[in-house]
Design a protein around this ligand. Structure first.
Ligand SMILES: Cc1cc2nc3c(=O)[nH]c(=O)nc-3n(C[C@H](O)[C@H](O)[C@H](O)COP(=O)(O)OP(=O)(O)OC[C@H]3O[C@@H](n4cnc5c(N)ncnc54)[C@H](O)[C@@H]3O)c2cc1C
Length: 383
C-alpha cells in the first residue's frame, strides 16, 4: 500500500485502532507457532507493512506517518501483549528507522514508508559484548568504497531485513564509532547460524559477520565519528521506551492471563476457585501493582520525551531498567500462581515468562543502567 504524503497526522487512538485488527487477526493467530517453531513472524511484518505501520517514524515527506518515539513505544507495547518476538523485531526496526529518518537517503526512507524495507540495529559485537557504544570492528577506505570487517554478536531479524544500521570504529575521525547503512545481502556479510534462544524465539537474533564487506562511502549515516551521538541521542530514547513497552506488554498479558486462570480453575473437593485462596489473590495483587507502577513510569517517560523535560534522559535510563526488572518479577509470579498448569503451557504465561527474561540482559543492560543512573544522580559523567 502506498501512503499518501497528504495523509493527516494520526492521533494515538487512530494509530492503535489501525493496529488492533492486525493484532487480533494476524499476530494472535501466529504467536504460538512463532515461539514453538522459532519462526520469524513474517505474517506480522507483512501486515504491519501493508498498513503503513513500518513507516511510523519515517517523515511524512517520504510518505511515512511522521510520528515519534512515544507512538512507536505504544505500538510495540500492544504487539508484545500478543507476541514478544514480533514486538522486539518492530522495536529494532523503529530504532533503525529513526536513524535513517535523521541521516538516511530518500529512497530508503520511501521504501520503509511503503512497508517494503525492514531494518534493524547491528551494534553488539563479540569483542565489546554488551558495551554497544564501543565497537571494535573496523571501517577502512578502499578506493571509492568502504570495507567493513566485524563480528556482530546479536542482530535481531538477522537475514530477514533489507538493511542493518551498523556500527564500526570511525574511518578517520576521532570518536567512538561511525554508523553505516549496510544492505543485508551485501557481499561479505553473512548470518551465522539460526537463533535458538530461551525466549523471543521468533526474533532471529543471530550473529552476523562482515569479512571484507564493501559499501559505498555514501552508506555512512551521519558524520564520521558521529555514531556515539546518534546512539545516545536517537537510538537510546527509542530503544529504551520500546523495550520498556515490550516488557510492559508482556506484564499486562501475564497479569491478565494469570488472573483469568485463577478466577476460573476450581478445586472440586473444596468447591472453591484458585482465586478463593488469599495467598493467590495477594500474588495477583502484587503483579497488578508492579505492572501499573511500571505503566506510570513509562507514561511519565513519554510525557518527558514529548515536552523535552529536563529529566528526560534520567527517565529514559530508568524506564528500561524498571520495566525489565518488573517483567522478571511479574512473570515469575505468574508462573507461581498458575502452578503446574503454567509449567505445561496450558495457561499461556510460560512463553511470556521466557520472553520477559531478555530485556534485563539486552544492552543497555539493567546493571549498566543502574551504573548510569547512579552516576547521573551523583553528578558524575556517564562515560
Ligand atoms: C533477544 C536479544 C536480541 C538482541 N538483539 C540485538 C540487536 O538487534 N542488535 C544488537 O546490537 N544487539 C542485540 N542484542 C544484544 C544485546 O543488546 C546485548 O549486547 C547482549 O545481550 C549482551 O550479552 P553479553 O553476553 O555480551 O553480555 P556481557 O557484556 O557479557 O554481560 C554479562 C553481564 O555483565 C553485566 N555487565 C556488563 N558490563 C557491566 C557494567 N559496566 N556494570 C555492571 N554490570 C555489567 C551485564 O549487565 C550482564 O549481566 C540482543 C540480545 C538479545 C538477548
Amino acid at each position: 500500500m502506498s501512503i499518501k504524503t497528504s495523509e493527516p497526522r494520526l492521533t494515538l487512538p487512530q494509530l492503535l485502532a489501525r493496529l488492533e485488527p492486525i493484532v487480533t487477526e494476524v499476530i494472535d493467530l501466529h504467536a504460538e507457532a512463532v515461539d514453538r517453531e522459532a519462526r520469524f513472524p513474517v505474517e506480522t511484518i507483512a501486515a504491519l507493512g501493508k498498513a503503513g505501520l513500518l513507516g511510523l517514524v519515517t517523515p511524512a515527506e517520504h510518505g511515512g506517518l511522521g510520528l515519534g518515539v512515544v507512538e512507536a513505544a505504544q505500538v510495540v507495547h500492544r504487539i508484545a501483549q500478543s507476541c514478544g518476538s514480533s514486538g522486539m523485531v518492530v522495536c529494532m526496526h523503529y530504532c533503525a528507522a529513526l536513524v535513517l529518518a535523521a541521516t538516511g537517503d530518500a529512497e530508503t526512507n520511501q521504501a520503509i514508508a511503503r512497508g517494503e524495507h525492514l531494518s534493524t540495529l547491528a551494534f553488539s559485537e563479540v569483542g565489546s559484548r554488551s558495551h554497544f557504544w564501543a565497537p571494535v570492528s573496523t571501517a577502512t577506505a578502499e578506493g571509492d568504497a568502504v570495507r567493513l570487517d566485524a563480528q556482530k554478536s546479536w542482530v535481531t531479524s538477522a537475514g530477514r531485513t533489507a538493511s542493518m544500521v551498523w556500527s564500526s570504529r570511525p574511518l578517520a575521525a576521532d570518536g567512538a564509532s561511525t554508523l553505516w547503512l549496510v544492505p543485508s545481502g551485501a557481499p561479505g556479510v553473512r548470518v551465522v547460524g539460526n537463533y535458538d534462544g530461551l525466549g523471543l524465539r521468533g526474533n532471529a537474533s543471530s550473529p552476523v559477520v562482515a569479512e571484507g564487506a564493501l559499501v559505498p562511502a555514501s552508506a555512512r549515516l551521519g558524520p564520521d565519528g558521529g555514531g556515539f551521538d546518534l546512539m545516545m541521542g536517537v537510538v537510546l530514547p527509542c530503544f529504551n521506551a520500546c523495550s520498556a513497552g515490550v516488557s510492559l506488554g508482556l506484564m499486562e498479558a501475564i497479569s491478565a492471563r494469570s488472573a483469568a486462570w485463577c478466577a476460573g480453575v476450581r478445586y472440586a473437593h473444596l468447591g472453591s476457585a484458585l482465586a478463593d485462596l488469599p495467598t493467590i489473590r495477594a500474588y495477583l495483587a502484587k503483579m497488578r501493582i508492579q505492572t501499573d507502577m511500571t505503566r506510570g513510569l513509562w507514561l511519565d517517560t513519554h510525557q518527558a520525551l514529548s515536552e523535552g523535560r529536563p529529566d528526560t534522559m534520567l527517565r529514559v535510563l530508568e524506564v528500561k531498567a524498571a520495566a525489565g526488572e518488573s517483567a522478571l518479577t511479574v512473570a515469575s509470579l505468574g508462573m507461581r500462581v498458575c502452578g503446574g498448569a503454567a509449567y505445561r503451557r496450558e495457561v499461556g504465561v510460560e512463553r511470556m515468562f521466557r520472553d520477559a527474561q531478555a530485556a534485563s540482559v539486552m544492552a543497555p543492560t539493567t546493571d549498566v543502567l543502574y551504573d548510569f543512573i547512579g552516576k547521573a544522580v551523583t553528578g558524575l559523567p556517564l562515560f
